[in-house]
Every structure is written in C-alpha cells, then in structure tokens.
Design a protein around this ligand. Structure first.
Ligand code: NDP
Ligand code: GDR
Length: 345
C-alpha cells in the first residue's frame, strides 16, 4: 500500500477510469469526484472492474463551496483535475459554460487547495489544442500557443493559472500538455470512437453510413492507458513542471477510417471532393462514408504532432502502442461490443 490518497475529478471520463485503475494498483485510496450519479455513467469503471473500489464523491467544478468541503473531507495528497467540458465542437455552442468549467473551474480548485491544503500536489489536464494554429512542427513545451476554439482558450487559462500558482505560492502544480489519446473507453462523440463504433454497426447491418466532417485533419493519436502513467509520473518528480505527452507521429482522420474499415472487413475507395467526397466499399459498391458540413468546426486545428523528448528524458516515459495497434484495439473492441450487445441472434 502506498498509503496515499488521490482525488480525481472527471472520474466518469476516459482518463478518470484509467487513472483510477492505475492508482488503485499502486495502493492509493482513490476518491472520484463526479458531478452527478447514475448507473449508466459508471460504464467505464465497470468495464475496468473497479466500480466498487473508487469512493465516489459529488463535486461540481462550478460550485466553489462544494470543492472546499470536498478537499476538507478527503484531505488528498494528490489532486488530478481531469474534469472538463472536453468536446471542442460543443465549446463553440457553449463557450461560457466551457470557460466556467475548463478555465475558472481550475482556479476554483487551486484557490480551494491554497486555502485548505496547500501542500497537496495538483495535476492539470492541459491539451495540445492550446497550440491550435501551430507555430512550429513538432510542438514542444516551448512552442507558442495559438488556441482556435473556446475550449482551447479556456484550457490555456487553466494551464497558465496552474503555472502561476506554482510560481506565486510555491505549490506543487504540474500541467500535462497531452496530445489526443484514445481507447475503447473514449467517448462516442470523438472522431476515433465514432469511426470504430459506426463501422462496427455498419458491419452488423445496424447502421447505413458513417457521416464525418474534416477528413484531412491530422492528429497525434496515442493510447490512453499509457498517457495516465505520464500524469502519475509527473506528480512523483522532485519538482513540479510541465510536459508534452505525445507519440511524435501524425495521421489524418482519413487514414484512421481506412485502417479501421480494413479491420472490419471493408475496402474503401474515395470518390468526389470536399463536401461531396464519399467512401465506397469496393466489396459491395455501397457508400459507407459521407461528409457533412454539420461536423466541420468554425475554426479548425489542421495538424498536431508533439515532441515528447522532455517527458522521455525526465520522466522515463515513452509511448508504446503504435497507431496501427491503437486502431486495431479500438476496432476489435467495438466489433465485439456490437456483436455481443446489439446483434440479436
Ligand atoms: P471526458 O470527456 O471523457 O471526461 C471529462 C469528465 O469531466 C466527464 O466525466 C464529465 O462528467 C466531467 N465534467 C464535465 N463538467 C464537469 C463539471 N462542471 N464538474 C465536474 N465534472 C465535470 O474527457 P477525457 O477523459 O478524454 O479527458 C480528461 C481531461 O483531459 C479533460 O480535461 C480533457 O479536456 C483533457 N484532455 C483530454 C485529451 C484526450 O485526448 N482525451 C487530450 C488532452 C487533454 P460527466 O460524465 O458527468 O459528463
Ligand atoms: P479533438 O478531437 O477536437 O482533437 O479534441 P475530436 O476527435 O473531436 O476531433 C479530431 C479531429 O477530427 C475531425 N473530425 C471530427 N471530429 C468529430 N468529433 N466528429 C466528426 O464527425 C469529425 N469529422 C472530422 C475534427 O474536426 C478534428 O480535427 C480531443 C478532445 O479529447 C479534447 O478534449 C482534447 O483536448 C484534444 O483531443 C487533445
């Protein structure tokens, strides 16, 4: 037993589940802050078999008094702030809510910690989206930021306020600048999971098409369970610091679709251009991928690719799962899920 107590916000999310599992394995007592309860919301903790091991506590990042009371009660050694309105697309529709949670929410936790328990270590879930309209390739901890969405602007405040509390109050506050990381526990609204889940449903005749937005966007996609290890490693260093966590490779959405489709037994041929582009399955001649304006963003991040050298050197962290392996893990998991749960026999 490590004897340590951790508080994870965003416990019902992808990273919350994997981080809770990792910390439980390391002997931590894990408290998960959740803004609401409910059977369905626990699906990720259930899939990892840890739903009875995490102590759920109700805490909303919008409510300062709630955060204060939670910290007084839990007396955590480490706080991992993973809670966020994390969907970039939605942040254009709900910019004020996004700022309240993703920017001021971070400040609320830091202020609560400064007031109640300033020796607590703090991790902030920062993001490659802060690089936005990229100023250099690949991006490092020193690359200038240029956010391109209300989400990224809010996260940039969260990042800088974390740095500021470290410098102003000598708090152990780190910011992990994580590039996209995916898994079978990824939310269905994000492009990778949308692709694998939809293709699985098409394969079993439950859906006709996969409708996407910008197929040319490039992302540095890694495997989520490895990225939560980096969060923990940052918190075990002698000094708090900020780190880029990435694979160093970038791929288009189109490539992700092609690879996933192949695993699911399709063979895609692209015809047409822009909004009229379509993906036809050569085996059947059927259109299985379409493009729609609906999924384009008012301002897009065209390419992201990170350089994780600092994390490799200082944390001893490195990405292990390749892009091909990631697509395979996700595609196989969704084929199994759909076969087991949605196909009637
Ligand atoms: P998810 O969207 O899966 O999880 C975010 C969690 O935050 C959800 O469980 C959500 O709760 C919770 N939440 C939202 N609003 C509030 C609120 N007001 N108070 C309390 N909790 C709230 O995100 P991920 O697990 O993918 O990501 C974790 C963090 O890392 C996020 O901050 C994200 O922005 C950031 N990030 C993620 C990357 C990625 O590729 N996954 C890359 C870089 C950064 P509910 O379940 O109730 O909706
Ligand atoms: P992102 O992830 O915006 O990078 O944010 P997302 O998977 O939503 O988009 C990646 C790229 O794919 C393009 N795209 C589509 N995206 C979605 N969601 N749906 C579609 O139909 C679609 N078609 C094309 C997008 O335009 C974009 O270019 C994720 C989140 O986890 C953030 O919280 C996190 O900070 C960043 O990753 C790093």
């Amino acid at each position: 037993m490590s004897g340590k107590r951790a508080l994870i916000t965003g416990i019902r999310g992808q990273d919350g589940a994997y981080l809770a599992k990792l910390l439980l394995e390391k002997g931590y007592e894990v408290y998960g802050a959740d803004r609401r309860s409910g059977e369905f919301a626990s699906w990720r903790l259930k899939e990892l078999g840890i739903e009875n091991d995490v102590k759920i506590i109700h805490m909303d990042l919008l409510e300062f008094s709630n955060i204060i009371r939670t910290i007084e009660k839990v007396q955590p050694d480490e706080v991992y702030n993973l809670a966020a309105q994390s969907f970039v697309g939605v942040s254009f529709e709900q910019p004020i809510l996004t700022a309240e949670v993703d920017a001021i929410g971070v400040l609320r936790i830091l202020e609560a910690l400064r007031t109640v328990k300033p020796d607590t270590k703090f991790y902030q879930a920062s993001t490659s989206e802060m690089f936005g309209k990229v100023q250099e390739i690949p991006q490092t901890e020193k690359t200038p930021f240029y956010p391109r969405s209300p989400y990224a602007v809010a996260k940039l405040f969260g990042h800088w306020i974390t740095v500021n509390y470290r410098e102003a109050y000598n708090m152990f506050a780190c910011s992990g600048i994580l590039f996209n990381h995916e898994s079978p526990l990824r939310g269905i609204e994000f492009v990778t999971r949308k692709i694998t889940y939809s293709l699985a449903r098409i394969k079993y005749g439950l859906q006709d098409k996969l409708v996407l937005g910008n197929l040319n966007a490039k992302r540095d996609w890694g495997y989520a369970p490895e990225y939560v290890e980096a969060m923990w490693l940052m918190m075990q260093q002698p000094e708090p610091d900020d780190y880029v966590i990435a694979t160093g490779e970038t791929h288009t959405v189109r490539e992700f679709v092609e690879k996933a489709a192949k695993i699911a037994g399709f063979d895609i041929e692209w015809v047409g251009e822009g909004i009229n582009e379509k993906g036809i399955d050569r085996n059947t001649g059927k259109v299985i991928v379409e493009v729609s304006e609906e999924f384009f963003r008012p301002a897009e991040v065209d390419i992201l690719v990170g350089n994780p050298e600092k994390a490799m050197k200082k944390l001893g962290w490195k990405p292990r799962t390749t892009f091909d392996e990631l697509v395979e893990i996700m595609m196989e998991a969704d084929l199994k899920r759909v076969r087991d749960r949605e196909v009637s026999v």
